[in-house]
Every structure is written in C-alpha cells, then in structure tokens.
Design a protein around this ligand. Structure first.
Ligand code: AMP
Ligand code: SF4
Length: 449
C-alpha cells in the first residue's frame, strides 16, 4: 500500500504535491518523496523516512523546482526495509533520465528480476518500482512505447506515475487493483491515488485512469494508450473497507457510502442485542452509522482516539502491538457502564485490536460486547500490495468463528458475508481474494515460495 501523485503544468508543482501527499498520508507513513522536473535542473529527487511534513522543509521544496512532478508516500511493511525502498526512483537509460513512483505489488517480479539479473542488471532495492524502471530503460522507441512494453510484461497490481523531461505518464494494471484518479486544476493536470487529494488541491475530478490504461500528458495535452485489451475491473475490496479515506470516490463509488451500506447489510445479516453501537475510530465510523441506523440503536462515542500516537498495526512484536492499542484508544467509562455494546470494526486481521478492545470495554463496565465486522473473515494472504504479515498471523486462516470469538473474548462475533460485500459496492468488479482464496491472477513465485 502506498499513495502516489503526479502533477503536470502547474507553477511550483512540488508544493502542490506536498499538499496532495499529506492527503494521502493515511496510505503510507514510513517514508515519502517527490521528484520534480525543470528545464534548468533536470529531474531532482528529495525523499526520506518519516511523515510528509517531517521530510519536506521549505528549503527542500524550494529545491524541487519546475511545473511537473511526481510524489509518493510509502506504507510501512513488515519487511526489513531501509531508505533505499523509498520512492520516487530516478533512473538513467540511454534515452534519458526519468523518475517513477508506484503503488501495488507485481506478482511475477521474482521471475522478471531473475531474468534481468542473468542479463547483467543490478538491483539496488527490493522494490518493484526499480524492476519497472529497468524494464522501461531496456525498451525501444519513445517513452510511451517503452512504458507500454514494460507494463505488458508485468502481472499483478500497479498504479504508477512516471516523470520524464517533457511529460507525465500514469498507468494502471489491467485489473485495476489500486485506485488512480485524474483531475484538472486550471490548465494543469493532476493524478492521485485518491480523489481526496484532488479535492485538497481544488482540482476538478475528470475520471479514473482506466484499468489497463496508460496516459501521457505533455504540452500538447492528454493521450491515452491501452496496455491490455482486458476489460472489467478488480478493485481491491480492502481499499473500500479500510484503506481509502471515506471522502474519496473509487471507480465511481463513494467510500463512505460503501462502508455505511456494509454496516446496514451487517445489521440485516447479524443483528445484535445492544443498547448502543460504537465504532473503533476512525476507520469503522461509516459502517457503524449504517449498523446503528438499520437497527435503530443509538451510535455513541464509546472509544476516544488519541491522535498523537503512531499507528499500531506494524509494530514489530505482539507485545508492542498490545500496548499500542491501549495507548491509542481510551473507553468512555461513564457511557459504557452497565451497557450492552455492539462494536463495529472494519476488519479483523490478527485479532490483536479486537481482543484489546473487548477487554477494555469490559473493564469500563460494559455488560455484554457484541463484535460485528463489516467485512468477511480475512483468511488468505494478499499478493497485491496489502501487507498483513505472514499468513500464519491471520487469525481467520487457522481458526473457526467460535475459536476467534473465544480468543477475542466477545459475547458474540459475526462477519459480513462476501455476497453482501459485493452488493455494497454496487458493481461486480471487486477483488475479494483475501476472503475467498480466489486470486484473480496467477501467483507465480509467491505460490511456489
Ligand atoms: P488486527 O489487530 O491485526 O486484527 O488488525 C485489525 C485492525 O487493523 C482493524 O481494526 C483495521 O482497522 C486495521 N487494519 C486492517 N488491515 C490493515 C492493514 N493492512 N494495515 C493496517 N491496518 C489494518
Ligand atoms: Fe485487496 Fe484482499 Fe485483493 Fe489484496 S487480496 S487486493 S487485500 S481484496
């Protein structure tokens, strides 16, 4: 998971990218970077570990001159990753210098890298972006042709922006796993992982970059090419369920409306005997509204979030993750005492959060805790860019519903069905592989590994 932005034809483009990246910060907090192009300075890159506002000072932004740029926020994964994996990457090839930033995971990367290494290519990072960059560098013809032939070799998930000396390119894999939207800001163009970043710049949403589409934007305007003849989409359901901001629209569907509908359907499938409904701030708020409205049960602020503590999901040890949840959330005791509570969460991955929360609510005086999850059991690993640790850590992979309920200590536990999830989306193009094990691509190296 990562967030990307690309801007073309805007004065001080890097400042706009700085703003856009802050609106994509939820997609990655480990590191970030911006590459900007100016005719005098060529492509300049600044990047570092940390949040966008920590990495970019006034001086850093001033050094990134020019009217076109690309930017990236990197998701903290469990892999031991140094700063060499922070994007954008700047690459030299015989037709010039270009920079690239990417969101997603290439499933045939291992095979392609081995092939390139046997041809003498050296890789400096473990990132798929570097592979993409090598393939682009190897191609023939103009930049659009090179990107097209590189993209045709890749299988899996990639939403990518590329900056070269006169153009901005944006492409999306043929399945459309990761979002990428196009907007206009006066005469300038903006592409971003989520529409909330377009809104932040006051850009007008034009359309999504289509699955399997490559867009080239230069001084003459926008041109579209096809990477693949495949039609149809396979948007990551977890984007809707958890990752994207509720004020974003993905592939024409509002994320908030989707989540609210999952909450409503969750109540239809699994009502709960509760006096109040609470969410786990902020990600399950929209689903909790849907559940509360459907059941006519008041929605309350049962947990308060401390916004100044870092996220707990990727803490390296279970002990640290356990403390993390308690530091991040506090129960409102006066409200919870003596109450039967329905807790809505968007997902259970390892079970750490739910277990902590149930304990916390009981200690705060709740008489019953009914856990309702606005997605199906997350039982299969994702190969398309969502890092949830190793498959053994997925609690739904090795345990029955009763076992998970016992582990988290709730009075009852129920999940949304896959069918309801698809209905909430309103169109059939959702990837649900982590719930069903039905992967839309071949898995190549991942399967044999
Ligand atoms: P866990 O404690 O491992 O069960 O994590 C579940 C919680 O983490 C849920 O409340 C989600 O809001 C959140 N979550 C789900 N998937 C991810 C992910 N890939 N990265 C970070 N947080 C996640
Ligand atoms: Fe998203 Fe799950 Fe598909 Fe991965 S497997 S792309 S997390 S829906």
């Amino acid at each position: 998971m990562c967030g990307i932005v690309g801007i073309f034809g805007l004065e001080n483009a890097s400042r706009a990218a700085f703003t856009a990246l802050q609106f994509l910060q939820h997609r990655g907090q480990q590191g970030c970077g911006i590459a900007a192009y100016s005719p005098e300075g060529g492509i300049q890159v600044r990047k570092g570990a940390g949040l966008v506002r920590e990495v970019f000072s006034e001086a850093e932004l001033a050094a990134l001159r020019g009217s076109s740029c690309i930017g990236h926020v990197r998701y903290p994964t469990t892999e031991v990753g140094g700063t060499e994996n922070i994007q954008p990457f700047r690459l030299n090839c015989h037709s010039g210098v270009f920079a690239l930033a990417h969101n997603g995971n290439i499933v045939n990367a291992g095979i392609l890298k081995a092939r390139l290494e046997s041809l003498g290519h050296l890789f400096h990072s473990t990132s798929d972006s570097e592979l993409f960059a090598h393939l682009v560098g190897m191609g023939r013809g103009d930049m659009a042709g090179r990107i097209l032939s590189a993209a045709k070799l890749l299988d899996g998930a990639f939403s990518t922006v590329i900056l070269s000396d006169g153009a901005l390119y944006a492409c999306r894999d043929k399945y459309g796993f990761r979002p990428l939207s196009l907007g206009r800001l006066g005469d300038a163009y903006v592409v971003a992982s989520e529409t909330c970043a377009l809104e932040a710049l006051n850009a007008v949403f034009v359309r999504d970059v289509e699955p399997g589409e490559l867009i080239r934007i230069d001084g003459e305007g926008l041109k579209s090419f096809r990477i693949s003849a495949r039609r149809g989409r396979c948007m990551c359901a977890m984007e809707f369920i958890y990752f994207a901001r509720p004020d974003s629209d993905i592939d024409g569907s509002g994320v908030h409306a989707f989540r609210k509908e999952t909450g409503r359907l969750l109540y239809e499938e699994h009502p709960a005997p509760a006096d109040l409904v609470i969410c786990i701030p902020e990600s399950s708020f929209s689903a909790a509204i849907g559940f509360s409205e459907a059941g006519h049960i008041p929605l309350e602020t049962g947990l308060v979030k401390n916004a100044y503590v870092a996220r707990t999901f990727i803490e390296p040890t279970q002990a640290l993750r356990d403390i993390g949840v308690r530091k991040k959330l506090s129960p409102v005791k006066s409200l919870l005492k003596g109450k039967r509570v329905a807790v809505i969460d968007d997902s259970i991955v390892r079970g750490t959060t739910s277990r902590q929360i149930v304990r916390m609510l009981r200690e705060a005086g709740a008489t019953q805790v009914h856990m309702r999850i606005a997605s199906p059991p997350y039982a299969w690993p994702c190969f398309y860019g969502i890092d949830t640790g190793s498959p053994e850590q997925l609690i739904a992979a090795g345990h029955s519903l009763a076992q998970i309920r016992a582990y988290i200590g709730a009075d009852s536990l129920e999940y949304l069905s896959v069918d309801a999830l698809s209905r909430a989306c309103g169109h059939p193009g959702l990837c649900t592989a982590c719930f069903t094990g039905e992967y839309p691509t071949e898995l190549y190296d991942a399967q044999s590994g």
